[in-house]
Design a protein around this ligand. Structure first.
Ligand code: DAH
Length: 347
């Protein structure tokens, strides 16, 4: 019987690896362990084995059965894998570039954002991040913007229902509301609360206002914020930095000018205009590009910096406006429509 079992196992070991599909597998399996299978036939012979040899013969058969099962299981697993592979089709490398659309390009807003960050890094600024969901404290109160200021009006600002919870956005006081940040100036506060001066950060990011969309407005757009805190910082430093960054981005011809303005978080405050008549589609001699000023002492007090020791400047500007100037884009909506005819021009 031992010889017969060994022969049977050898045959199964040779035969099973070649089987390709389930029907063949089932019929082959039946030839061994089905009602008329070869192993079944050997088991039936047990009755004829003398009683004293039966335990040994039974053991042999059980071992053979176990080994056969190993071959059967392996064959079935292999067939199952092949079925899945057939369903998936030929192997795809998702990291390869799409054959349909070419290598892709960076969005013009990304290009301008990265270029501005590069220009600012060269003079010691580091990139800081802040949440797009903000609280009233970081967006307004700490920036010396009182609760009756128009920027806080529900007509201008997207507030969340009082039941909304954002575990990753820390509140200063429990009862304050969450909102979509209306400007990146909130990152000034979060950065100053986290660290000690000197501070030199640039923070680009998305902001939200209740604006009706037209060629120059969008309910969400992007800003770039800068904050510098150190000893003896002056308006000259602020003007020099703005001159440097706009000349770097838009060309040496670009000049800037300050117009007096009011922002709660800076004193004095200015609006910044620049000349860009050397750029395509720019018709006006001066273009308004952002707001700036010297950090108000109240803001330093809010973050625990001594205003008698520390001074600083801050400014914020719209990235879309910059990109529109630089590339001669005359409608803000192009940035958000994902039209390849537009995007491909920045390849
Ligand atoms: N947060 C202002 C806005 O959204 C822009 C701005 C003005 C930022 C003055 C500043 C600043 O940092 O000092 O219109």
């Amino acid at each position: 019987m031992q010889d017969q079992l060994s022969a049977l196992l050898a045959k199964a070991a040779a035969e099973l690896p070649a089987i390709k599909n389930r029907p063949d597998f089932e019929s082959t399996k039946a030839r061994y362990v089905g009602p008329n299978g070869e192993l079944t036939a050997l088991m039936k012979q047990m009755g004829a084995v003398p009683k004293e040899q039966r335990p040994a013969a039974g053991k042999l058969i059980n071992e053979a059965k176990g080994q056969l099962q190993v071959h059967l299981d392996a064959a079935l697993a292999r067939i199952g894998d092949a079925e899945i592979a057939a369903q998936l089709g030929p192997a795809v490398d998702p990291t390869l570039a799409s054959p349909d659309f070419g290598p892709g390009t960076q969005h013009p807003l990304t290009l301008v954002r990265e270029e501005m960050c590069r220009i600012l890094r060269k003079v010691g600024f580091t990139v800081a991040d802040g949440p797009e969901v903000e609280t009233e404290y970081y967006c307004f109160d700490a920036l010396n913007t009182p609760s009756d200021h128009p920027a806080r009006d529900a007509k201008d600002t997207f507030y969340f229902p009082t039941t909304a919870r954002f575990g990753n956005v820390s509140k200063k006081v429990a009862e304050e509301r969450y909102l979509l940040r209306t400007h990146t100036s909130s990152v000034q506060i979060r950065t100053m609360l986290k660290g000690e001066p000197p501070i030199r950060i640039v923070s680009p990011g998305r902001v939200y206002r209740r604006d009706t969309t037209d060629a120059t407005h969008s309910a969400n757009f992007h800003q770039l914020e800068c904050l510098y805190v150190d000893k003896n910082v002056t308006v000259r430093d602020l003007k020099a930095l703005l001159d440097y960054i706009f000349a770097s981005l838009l060309g040496k011809e670009t000049k800037t000018r300050f117009r007096p303005h009011y922002f709660g978080y800076t004193e004095p405050s200015f609006e910044v205009d620049l000349t860009a008549s050397h750029l395509p589609k720019v018709k006006k001699p001066w273009i308004e590009i952002g707001g700036c000023g010297m950090v108000d002492p109240t803001v330093f007090e809010a973050v625990g910096y001594d205003p008698a020791v520390w001074s600083g400047y801050a400014f914020g500007m719209g990235l879309e406006r910059l990109a529109m100037l630089l590339y001669g884009i005359d409608d803000i909506r192009y940035f958000y429509q994902n039209d390849l005819r537009f995007l491909k021009q920045f390849a």
